[in-house]
Design a protein around this ligand. Structure first.
Ligand code: OGA
Ligand code: MN
Length: 283
């Protein structure tokens, strides 16, 4: 197994590893250590079945079951695709395409759950020839770059995260009444402080407001923080190659899809999500 650093702040690539075979305890803990240090781990050349993907993911914890209303519902897999059962690209107004659009906002997977996910593992199956990178933003680097005054203001803040918040902006009907009922807003700490690699900010598209602040006050604070997000050295942008498998730490990075460039071609990705063990309120 060989490693190579990717971005300035985050990301490491692994080659020479076969995730299909039974991995030794030593290799599993090496991968966990790399993930906790570098936040994003890209494992090259993993032509795996869904069952192999699930088996590998389970080395790192219990998997989330995909919620109703998402492709893969009831299973351990989330299917991201822009085409229907017959292989035809669906119209831009289709739920699948709108959900893909929602993924273009910086977010942390399942931050709208009481106990949000720990990590996600995404496998590339079909990739368009241009665009459709996935980008990762180091929220530890963002936190470190904040002025001390702002760090003091946000230290003990708690935010509301709401599944329908970001999605309703894309289309008011994208979130169904069932989804709204299943996922009422939840509270999450803004500054996560239980990691030996440093403090991190927990934000993203599901984050709607700060507890105890009015909407305009919350917006003002988020705008202030987001000024510091706009720094290329905090981002690792991944240009997918067939059979890439990427793991990321949802409590240390935000991520987003980028648009397909030129003609819309088929894109198929499969994801597992490793459940968190604690609420961020304990961080
Ligand atoms: C995800 C996700 C982005 C992409 O799988 O959670 O946000 O580029 N994916 O598909
Ligand atoms: Mn995501």
């Amino acid at each position: 197994m060989f490693t190579k650093k990717l971005g300035k702040s985050i990301g490491i690539e692994i080659t020479g590893l076969d995730t299909k075979v039974d991995l030794s305890k030593k290799i599993k803990s090496k991968i966990s250590d790399l993930l906790s240090e570098f936040s994003v781990v890209v494992i090259k050349n993993q032509n795996i079945t869904n069952d192999e993907h699930i088996k590998f993911s389970q080395y790192f914890g219990t998997l989330e079951t995909t919620k109703a209303g998402t492709d893969g519902s009831g299973s351990k897999l989330i299917i991201l695709r822009n085409f229907d059962e017959d292989g035809n690209i669906v119209p831009a107004t289709d739920r699948q395409r709108l959900n893909n659009l929602a993924n273009q906002e910086w977010h942390s997977d399942s931050s709208f759950k009481v106990i949000p996910s720990k990590m996600s593992i995404l496998s590339a199956k079909m990739i368009p020839s241009k665009g459709s990178n996935t980008e990762f933003l180091s929220m530890r680097a963002v936190y470190s770059s904040l002025p001390e005054k702002l760090k003091l203001i946000i230290e003990d803040k708690v935010c509301w995260h709401d599944y329908s918040h970001g999605r309703s902006k894309i289309d008011p009907n994208l979130v169904t009444p069932e989804e709204k009922k299943a996922f009422p807003p939840v509270k999450q700490k803004l500054v996560l402080n239980n990691d030996k690699h440093g403090k991190s900010l927990y934000l993203g598209a599901h984050c709607s407001s700060v507890e105890g602040m009015t909407k305009p006050e919350s917006k003002k604070l988020f705008r202030e923080i987001y000024q510091y997000v706009d720094n290329e050295s905090f981002v690792y942008s991944h240009s997918w190659k067939p059979y890439d498998l990427i793991m990321w730490d949802n409590r240390a990075v935000l991520h987003r899809a980028t648009p397909i460039k030129g003609k819309i071609e088929k894109r198929l990705m499969v994801r597992t999500t490793i459940a968190g063990e604690t609420s961020t309120l304990n961080h």
